[in-house]
Design a binder for this molecule. Structure first.
Ligand code: NAD
Length: 466
């Protein structure tokens, strides 16, 4: 879908007009391209002082695997961890160096005064981040910490990261990763995702990495040999998910309603996947999915993407609109999970990823039915994550919550509201279906065993519900 204003401000005259009038200035975001390096520039690494080196050691190992060009500030003891990982970091000489990624290990911060180290590290390089750059802070989950001073300091990082996301502009994203003590070995997939162009439209997010099976994978084809099912795969976001999962090596079973058969077949043929036409609210949907999955030895992931809107203000909403949205978006997801888990159609280490919406986080006028269903999806993810962790089979469940994504769904929104939705985020533009798809592929990866119960917004850090 065309974004005429976005195109206009890319031109030299457009840039001048937007700057002079103080209008939003969306930049064209870096996105994943096959063959390109994961980190397209240099990485400045820093750490807060302290004895615990476990996060810095993991970061150094990952950067070494990525063959990243790494810089440190002089006398920073981040250097020691890097040397141990075989990286000879260059010294940051000051204003001339530009960085694609600023990465700070804040795991040792244990009181409010020590937060000054975060200020000092980022303050001096705040103007040195390249377009579509990445700011990443790694801390410890405050809920795991008994000491009040330490817990408040770690929680403070959230405000810092979210503010940086809003300030830096030019497609620069900012994230906070809370890694539980002892789970540093599980940092790889989150760090690779957030440093790369795959996370183009994800910003201001707080992600928790915890215990989970670490599975060695071929990072160039992380989903090779996996069978994954995507609901609502004939168009829009579902189609993009199917394409990205297939690009990463998965065999994709593309599911949609019988009316979408032709489009579904086109998508499946192009990605060498298979099709399943079934309404997910029908009584035998679980059985049909199980049959299709068993032919391929079971499912490594299910992506619950199918969803509908039937907007009306509450006073004008008839019962049918309420029931339909709750049934498709929420009930069917819960029913299918229950069936597929009970019948062991989902294999050990399987991934479940649900598509929620920022509407389910912030609420939205005319969407009591939709927002209820999408908030319910987050509740379902929270509760199921606990259940899966207790079962100990390595399975995980996470949600993505898209904001304004350029699809048929958002094309139908009246112009003024559409334009507001598109601009009211830190990227000043709508996201693309592929942005949601990349995030889902990350959560669906066998390497993401440490991610369970997260809801990741793909909304360019939308002001709604922020
Ligand atoms: P879309 O309408 O283009 O596609 C939805 C697909 O789901 C369609 O192919 C449809 O046939 C299928 N579907 C609907 N009911 C079904 C059923 N009962 N059984 C099987 N398939 C069914 O929508 P989209 O914009 O691609 O949205 C995909 C998901 O992302 C939805 O869950 C939506 O709520 C969510 N989402 C979208 C946006 C956005 O900006 N587009 C924002 C937030 C969340």
């Amino acid at each position: 879908m065309s974004d005429r204003y976005g195109d206009f401000v890319q031109s030299s005259i457009g840039k001048k007009v937007a700057k002079n009038l103080g209008l939003p200035q969306p930049v064209s975001l870096d996105r994943f391209e096959s063959g390109q390096r994961l980190v397209r520039g240099s990485v400045l690494v820093g750490r807060a002082e302290g004895d615990d080196m476990s996060v810095s050691n993991s970061v150094a190992r990952i950067l070494s695997d990525l063959h990243a060009e790494v810089y440190v500030n002089s006398r920073d003891d981040a250097k020691d961890a890097l040397i141990e990982a075989g990286i000879e970091a260059k010294a940051n000489t000051g204003s001339k160096d530009k960085f694609k990624v600023l990465l700070f290990d804040a795991s040792n911060i244990s009181n409010a005064d020590q937060l000054k180290q975060v200020y000092e590290f980022f303050h001096q390089v705040a103007r040195s981040v390249e377009k579509s750059g990445r700011v990443i802070i790694i801390g410890r989950p405050p809920e795991d910490i008994d000491d009040v001073q330490t817990a408040l300091a770690q929680r403070s990082l959230e405000g810092f990261v979210k503010s940086v996301g809003k300030e830096f502009k030019r497609g620069i994203t900012a994230q906070l990763i809370y890694v539980a003590k002892g789970s540093e070995k599980n940092l790889d997939s989150a760090l690779r995702f957030f440093t790369s162009a795959r996370s183009a439209y994800v910003s201001g997010q707080v992600v928790r990495v915890g215990a989970g099976n670490t599975i060695d994978i071929d990072w160039s084809q992380p989903l090779a040999g996996k069978t994954m099912l995507v609901t609502g795969a004939s168009r829009g976001i579902g189609e993009a998910i199917a394409r990205v999962l297939a690009r990463e090596g998965a065999h994709v079973i593309c599911l949609d309603v019988p009316q979408q058969q032709a489009d579904l077949q086109n998508v499946a043929s192009e990605i060498s996947g298979s099709t399943l036409t079934v309404d997910i609210t029908s009584a035998d949907a679980g059985e049909q999915i199980a049959d299709a999955a068993q032919k391929r030895g079971g499912l490594d992931a299910i992506i619950h993407n199918a969803g509908v809107t039937r907007d009306k203000t509450l006073a004008n909403m008839d019962e049918k609109k309420w029931d339909m949205v709750i049934d498709i978006n929420l009930n069917s997801v819960a029913e299918l999970n229950k069936y597929l888990l009970e019948k062991q159609v989902l294999k050990d280490d399987a991934r479940i990823v649900c598509v929620s919406s920022i509407s389910g986080i912030a609420g939205n006028l005319g969407q009591t039915n939709y927002a209820t269903s999408k908030a319910g999806v987050i509740g379902l993810v929270d509760a199921t994550a606990r259940q899966l962790a207790n079962e100990g089979k390595g399975m995980t469940i996470n949600a993505v919550a898209p904001g304004f994504i350029e699809t048929q769904m958002t094309e139908a929104i009246p112009f003024a509201i559409r334009e507001a939705g598109r601009r009211m985020n830190s990227m000043s533009q709508g996201g693309l279906p592929v942005d949601v798809a990349e995030t889902i592929a990350w959560l669906a990866s066998p390497a993401s065993g440490g991610l369970n119960g997260n809801t990741v917004r793909v909304c360019g850090q939308s002001m709604l519900g922020a």
